[in-house]
Design a protein. Structure first.
Length: 190
């Protein structure tokens, strides 16, 4: 059963989901979601998708996603990804919209492998896709702007294994993700 939802002329800000939770403002699980003339800002998750986690059909038009973040500093997962949008699967159409000042911040996680004799090793997390992370699915960006987004790793102790950051604006994980960009603008750190 497919679920359909349409959001228009809305604002969602300041939402926070902690730990390994995903989609700071919206989690679209196998549904059809249309977001038109909306602003999603200041939302945070601990793992994937600061504003939106999508594995369905998502259309974002005439909207702004800004100041959203994935902040992984609590030891829950080994990476953080998709400051504004995390695409797990499905489709995303981004039309006449702006993804601005979104980010991903890696931290540390605790790793335990009893067989190998490793107990609570502190490992730095990687950061991927400051604005958009595409694990799988198809993304089409048309007449949109992606700017001032970043993927950063902050470590407090140089003695721990280093982490890396990838795709300040957009990161496509592998051959399962497809990206098409038309008449759009990429700004600083995108």
């Amino acid at each position: 059963m497919a679920t359909r939802c349409r959001l228009g002329r809305c604002s969602g800000s300041g939402r926070f989901v902690s730990g390994a939770d995903i989609g700071g403002a919206i989690y679209n699980h196998s549904g059809t979601l249309v977001i038109n003339r909306c602003t999603l800002s200041g939302n945070t998750s601990g793992s994937d998708g600061g504003a939106i986690y999508n594995d369905g059909t998502l259309t974002v038009s005439n909207s702004t996603l800004s100041g959203n973040a994935v902040i992984n500093g609590n030891g829950s997962v080994d990476f953080a990804s998709g400051g504004a949008i995390y695409m797990a699967a499905g489709t995303l159409s981004l039309n006449s919209s702006t993804l601005y000042n979104n980010g991903v911040i890696g931290g540390f996680y605790y790793y335990t492998d009893f067989e190998a004799g490793i107990l609570n090793a502190l490992i730095a997390t990687d950061a991927y896709g400051g604005a958009l992370y595409v694990a799988a699915g198809t993304v089409s960006i048309d007449h949109s702007t992606i700017a001032f987004s970043g993927a950063n790793v902050y470590t407090s102790d140089p003695g721990y294994p280093p982490a890396t950051s990838y795709g300040g604006g957009i990161f496509i994980k592998n051959q399962y993700g497809a990206l098409q960009v038309y008449d759009s603008t990429r700004g600083s750190r995108a």
